[in-house]
Design a protein around this ligand. Structure first.
Ligand SMILES: [Zn+2]
Length: 354
C-alpha cells in the first residue's frame, strides 16, 4: 500500500446540516475535502445559506449549485439562470451540478421532454465556461436500466428494490440517444469543463468511453458509485486499470457518498444500498455510530480497491450475489495522485499541492 495520499472526494451529496457529520467521517477516513452536489435546490437564497454553512469548515467543502429548472417555461429562463450562476460563484459556489432529469424528465412549456443539448440552455453552459466553473452533468444511466429486471441484469438487485428507477419500456430516449445529445452539447462548448459522473454512464463499455474521452477534450468522468461494475469481471478490471492509466488526467475519484438531512446517525451509509442482513457482522453493535462506521468502511473499501490488488468481500454495494468478491485495480501512485486530488484541484482552479 502506498503512503497515505491526499484525497478529495469529487462527488458527494451532503446536506448543510450534515456538514459536521461529514467532517467526522472524512477525518476518520483520511479524506481532506469533498465536492458537495446541492440537492436540486442549490440556487438563490437556499444556495447562499448553504454556502455560508459549509464555509464554516474551511477547505473541507466545494459546493456545486443547481439550475432552477422550475422556471423553465419563462421566456427569460436562461438569462435568469445565468444571473443566478454569477451570483452563486460570487458567493463561493465552485461548480454546477445538473441531474439526470435533464433528458429523462424535465419538460418545456409545451410538455415536450427537454433534450440534453437543447439550444435554449446554451447560455448557461457558456456562462459556466466564462466563469471557469466545471459542470458535473449526469446524463443517462447504465444500459441495464433500460433492460428487463431479471437475473441477468447486472443492476438487478438494485432495480428490484427500486423498480421505479427502471426505464424498461417506458418510451424514454435510450442511453445511446441521451449520450449522443450530451456529446453534441460538449462539442458545442469546448471552453466549458464537463465532468460526467459514473464513468459517463459507460461503465460497461470502456471502448466507447475511451473513444468519447479521446474525441472530447473538455470531458472528464468520475468513478462515483461504479467501483463494483468497473471490476465485475477479470476482463473488465483489466480494462478499467488500462483506462485509468491512459486517461489519468481525465478521471476523478468520487464516491457519491450520501448524507442528506433525513440520513440518521444510526443509518447504514445509503450509497451502499445495504440492509442490516447484508452488512458484515462487525457492524452489528454500532448503534448511533452506524453511519460513521459504514461510511468510513465505504471509503476504506474504495482506497484498497484503487491502491491494491487485494480481493475484498463483502463489498459495500448491493449486488446480485451477496458473496461477490472484488479484486482491486492496484493503480500506480502517479495515477492515484491525479485521480485522488490532482485533477479535481486543476478543474477547481487550485494549484495541486503535492
Ligand atoms: Zn451523485
Amino acid at each position: 500500500m502506498p503512503d497515505r495520499m491526499r484525497i478529495i472526494d469529487a462527488h458527494t451529496h451532503i446536506a448543510a446540516e450534515k456538514a459536521q457529520t461529514a467532517v467526522r467521517i472524512m477525518d476518520a477516513a483520511g479524506v481532506e475535502a469533498a465536492v458537495v452536489c446541492e440537492w436540486h435546490d442549490g440556487f438563490g437564497q437556499t444556495l447562499q445559506q448553504h454556502l455560508r454553512e459549509f464555509a464554516r469548515f474551511e477547505g473541507r467543502f466545494f459546493v456545486f449549485g443547481n439550475i432552477d429548472f422550475s422556471a423553465i417555461a419563462a421566456p427569460d429562463f436562461a438569462a435568469r439562470a445565468v444571473e443566478d450562476l454569477r451570483r452563486g460563484v460570487e458567493a463561493g459556489m465552485r461548480g454546477l451540478k445538473v441531474y439526470k432529469n435533464l433528458g429523462l424528465e424535465l419538460t418545456d412549456a409545451s410538455g415536450e421532454l427537454l433534450r440534453v443539448d437543447d439550444e435554449r440552455l446554451d447560455p448557461i453552459w457558456a456562462a459556466a465556461g466564462e466563469l471557469g466553473i466545471p459542470v458535473l452533468l449526469h446524463t443517462a444511466d447504465p444500459r441495464a436500466f433500460w433492460q428487463p429486471i431479471d437475473r441477468h441484469n447486472p443492476w438487478g438487485a438494485i432495480l428490484r428494490h427500486w423498480p421505479e428507477w427502471s426505464y424498461y419500456r417506458k418510451g424514454l430516449p435510450s442511453r445511446d440517444e441521451l449520450l449522443a445529445e450530451r456529446n453534441a452539447l460538449l462539442r458545442r462548448h469546448p471552453e466549458t469543463i464537463f465532468i460526467a459522473p459514473h464513468l459517463g454512464s459507460l461503465e460497461d463499455d470502456f471502448g466507447s468511453l475511451s473513444e468519447t474521452l479521446q474525441a472530447l477534450p473538455n470531458l472528464h468522468v468520475d468513478i462515483a458509485a461504479r467501483f463494483y461494475h468497473m471490476a465485475i469481471t477479470v476482463r473488465r478490471r483489466e480494462a478499467a486499470r488500462k483506462l485509468c492509466t491512459e486517461f489519468a488526467d481525465r478521471i476523478l475519484f468520487g464516491t457519491d457518498l450520501i448524507l442528506l438531512s433525513d440520513t440518521a446517525e444510526a443509518d447504514i451509509q445509503p450509497q451502499t444500498f445495504l440492509t442490516p442482513e447484508r452488512l458484515p457482522e462487525r457492524f452489528a453493535g454500532c448503534g448511533q455510530e452506524m453511519l460513521l462506521a459504514t461510511s468510513v468502511w465505504f471509503y476504506e473499501f474504495h482506497k484498497a480497491f484503487l491502491e491494491t490488488g487485494r480481493t475484498q468481500r463483502p463489498i459495500p454495494f448491493l449486488c446480485n450475489d451477496p458473496a461477490t468478491a472484488l479484486a482491486g485495480l492496484d493503480l500506480p501512485k502517479t495515477v492515484l495522485q491525479k485521480l485522488y486530488h490532482g485533477n479535481i484541484e486543476r478543474l477547481l482552479g487550485r494549484q495541486p499541492q503535492g
